[in-house]
Ligand binder design. Structure first.
Ligand code: MN
Ligand code: MN
Length: 460
């Protein structure tokens, strides 16, 4: 299949729009390095675009009618936007779904310890990471501490130029002769991923004087006792902003592009969408990287419950309407694809691989070992999407992650498919996915916004 490099086909006006979208994207990445931060930023942008809190509509018992725009937040970690269509909602919605959690290290609940005059925060990694990639890079702490009195405090350390940063140390090469023989999976072990946070003893203190010094500062700056770590969610992420990448500035290097690149482009498409026939929906969820579990993951009833509340406010409620709405919906599970990497060509089937700068990456199936664990999108649905994309001059590529049995992965697609709706995976190609810094093409970021907008407008 001959597909075109998008940089060769964009008009001057499109190239300007591309830069505008990517400037917004970089700002979104900088504002949202955790799922909580992404929810805050999403709500901010949704409100600015006229979206109202669904809770308020529910309390007021206010009916929702065509054109109304509402959002619902679940436990500060997941958010859903709806724009009510002119058609009855039981005819189905057009849904974009992405995830806003990314691989990282989380602080344990008893994290602080001192060893030989150095103080560390103990971590437990989250999601699929190559642990050796997370040593010797500047790290930041992002998260929330909730105290027993219910007050909570947001914490970000390491992003401002004047902030300190943190690091996981690695063994010097000079003493690594044995260690260099270890397998990559074992060369840095999970328990070795502790971040260095201090080395200055508190004067007059006899035992664990450095730890005492660190805890004193934590108390002064954040009003936080050591025991408050028990009810904290502090995430360790690479410190620093998203940057243009390449002499030609054609790419973006940033943390957490899986899957904030699809979350942001879905959000942009959703906020730009007007006057829809079918209700438009954008769901940004947590916990995808650890199996979509828990109250804030896609397996949670939060989505279904929220749809039920929407239906309750749009007319006579019935469970049958909820079921029909779900079954008649169409969805793009917007998640990233593995971009073809010439450095590692042996794991890719070139003709089925995602190429940077060639548009939306459509995956009929994901999974591993013979498509196991995958949603396998139907040919009838793919044909409809091909028509929508061609009619709207949107570039897409039909891809698989890599060679058969080279590995694999999953998304949230199969979870929504359980309602009997048509779902397909479609997102942006990313190089070195799940690494502290990932690469995406600005052209693909822009094209994703166009693809998602076309889908919300024309899918039926
Ligand atoms: Mn993902
Ligand atoms: Mn992932």
């Amino acid at each position: 299949m001959e597909k075109q490099n998008l940089w060769e086909v964009y008009s001057e006006a499109q190239l300007q729009e591309l830069e505008r979208v990517n400037t917004g994207y970089r700002a979104f990445l900088d504002a949202g390095k955790t799922e909580r931060e992404c929810v805050v930023e999403t709500v901010k942008q949704a409100k600015a675009a006229g979206y109202k809190n669904l809770d308020d509509a529910m309390k007021a018992g206010k009916a929702l009618t065509a054109g109304d725009k509402v959002y619902a937040v679940g436990m500060n970690k997941t958010v859903i936007l709806f724009q009510i269509g002119s058609e009855p909602i039981e005819n189905g919605m057009n849904i974009l779904g992405a995830h806003i959690d990314s691989p990282r290290m989380d602080l344990k609940q008893n994290p602080v310890y001192e060893d030989t005059g150095l103080v560390y925060f103990d971590t437990h990694y989250y999601g699929g990471i190559k642990k050796y990639q997370w040593v010797t890079i500047p790290l930041a702490i992002h998260g929330v501490v909730v105290k027993k009195d219910g007050t909570s405090q947001n914490i970000i350390i390491g992003e401002d130029e004047t902030d300190p940063v943190f690091v996981v140390t690695d063994l010097l090469i000079h003493l690594s002769s044995k260690r260099m023989d270890k397998k990559a999976a074992e060369v840095v072990e999970g328990e070795a991923l502790d971040i260095l946070v201090g080395s200055k003893p508190l004067k007059g203190e006899e035992k664990d004087a450095v730890k005492a010094g660190v805890l004193k500062l934590v108390k002064e700056k954040y009003g936080m006792e050591e025991e408050d770590f028990q009810s904290a969610e502090l995430e360790i992420v690479p410190a620093g902003k998203a940057r243009d990448c390449g002499i030609d500035r054609s790419m973006i290097l940033a943390y957490g592009q899986d899957d904030r690149v699809c979350a942001y482009t879905s959000l942009v498409a959703m906020l730009a969408t007007k006057d829809v026939k079918r209700t438009a929906c954008c769901v940004l969820v947590d916990k995808e990287e650890i199996g979509s579990v828990g109250a804030t993951g896609m397996h949670s009833k939060f989505f279904e419950n929220t749809v039920a509340e929407i239906i309750n406010l749009t007319g006579d409620y019935s469970e049958l309407k909820v079921r029909r709405c779900m079954a008649n919906s169409k969805m793009i599970s917007s998640d990233v694809g593995a971009a073809y990497d010439p450095m590692y060509s042996d794991v890719y089937d070139k003709k089925s691989s995602s190429k940077m700068g060639y548009g939306l990456v459509i995956k009929k199936h994901t999974g591993a070992r013979g498509k196991s664990g995958s949603n396998d999108a139907n040919a009838e649905y793919i044909a409809k999407l091909r028509k929508i994309f061609d009619d709207n001059k949107v570039a897409f590529q039909m891809t698989e992650m890599g060679k058969i049995d080279a590995g694999g992965g999953g998304t949230i697609a199969y979870i929504l498919a359980q309602f009997g709706m048509e779902v397909i995976d479609g997102g942006v190609a990313v190089l070195n996915m799940h690494a502290p810094w990932e690469v995406a093409s600005k052209a693909d970021v822009y094209e994703a916004t166009r693809a998602y907008a076309a889908f919300l407008k024309d899918a039926e």
